[in-house]
Design a binder for this molecule. Structure first.
Ligand code: 5RP
Length: 251
């Protein structure tokens, strides 16, 4: 008789857990990620965000391609998403192939009441912002714990920078009132994005009171490639709840 719970590669289950005799535990990321995939219609070009919540969107899209014959192409926002989408059989296009994107579905680290976001926990903020910029509609998928009154209160703000400018950029960001910390790997080496850049995780002691102004101030610092502040880019948000339901919010 096979062992129970099944012994296997935990990566096969994105939640990293196996069923037990207890009732299944609802996963807010799963309900949000899967529900948002229902927005995709035949013939759409779809921006595919990055992260563990969007992974459930990819799973649902792959199911729909298989069961309904859904015809779509995805534009991935990271190498990680491209690899996962390919493995699931989702057809892909690159940014060079498209001028606009019908709909993008992406995760976020935090979202406030005006749908301003912090992003970049997974390091993909630059491509995510480029894809959001050319998208006609941006849908965000999050668990309820990511919905905040004020950005910057549960996660530091990721800022992608050019490595050689790091000391100067860190000083400039301190001047904006934040403590900037270089993102590193377990080895202590700097983490590098898909674009070969570094990330500074910037903690603002009182959070971010004015996201639009801060975004502009960060963009003015030479050596900053892009910040993880997304202002005015998202229109719809799927919030996964603890009971397994999903609340849909629209601006
Ligand atoms: C990657 C991101 C992700 O969308 C964000 O970190 C959310 O990830 P997850 O869904 O795994 O919580 O911005 O750059």
């Amino acid at each position: 008789m096979p062992p129970y719970p099944p012994q296997g590669d935990p990566v096969a289950d994105p939640r990293g857990s196996f069923p037990t005799s207890d009732p299944p535990v609802a996963n807010p990321k799963e309900s949000a990620g899967r529900k948002a995939a229902e927005l995709v219609q035949d013939g759409m070009t779809v921006g595919l965000g990055t992260g563990s919540t969007v992974y459930f969107t990819l799973l649902r899209l792959a199911e729909r391609i298989e069961s309904e014959g859904l015809s779509m192409r995805g534009v991935p926002t990271s190498e990680d998403t491209a690899q996962k989408a390919r493995a699931l059989g989702i057809p892909l296009a690159s940014l060079e192939d498209v001028q606009t994107i019908d709909l993008t579905i992406d995760g976020a680290d935090e979202i406030d009441g005006q749908f301003c976001l912090t992003k970049g926990g997974g390091g993909a903020l630059l491509r995510e912002k480029v894809v959001a910029y050319i998208s006609k509609r941006e849908a965000i998928v999050v668990g309820r714990d990511k919905v905040v009154e004020r950005l910057g209160t549960i996660f530091p703000l990721p800022v992608e920078i050019v490595p050689f400018a790091r000391p100067m950029v860190m000083r400039a960001i301190s001047g904006l009132g934040a403590e900037a910390k270089l993102r590193t790997l377990d080895s202590g080496e700097p983490y590098h994005t898909d674009n070969g850049n570094e990330i500074l995780d910037c903690a603002f002691p009182d959070g971010i009171s004015d996201p639009a102004t801060l975004e502009a101030e960060l963009d003015r610092i030479p050596g900053v490639v892009e910040s993880g502040l997304f202002v005015g880019l998202a229109q719809i948000c799927f919030v996964g709840e603890e009971d397994g339901s999903c609340t849909v919010l629209e601006l």
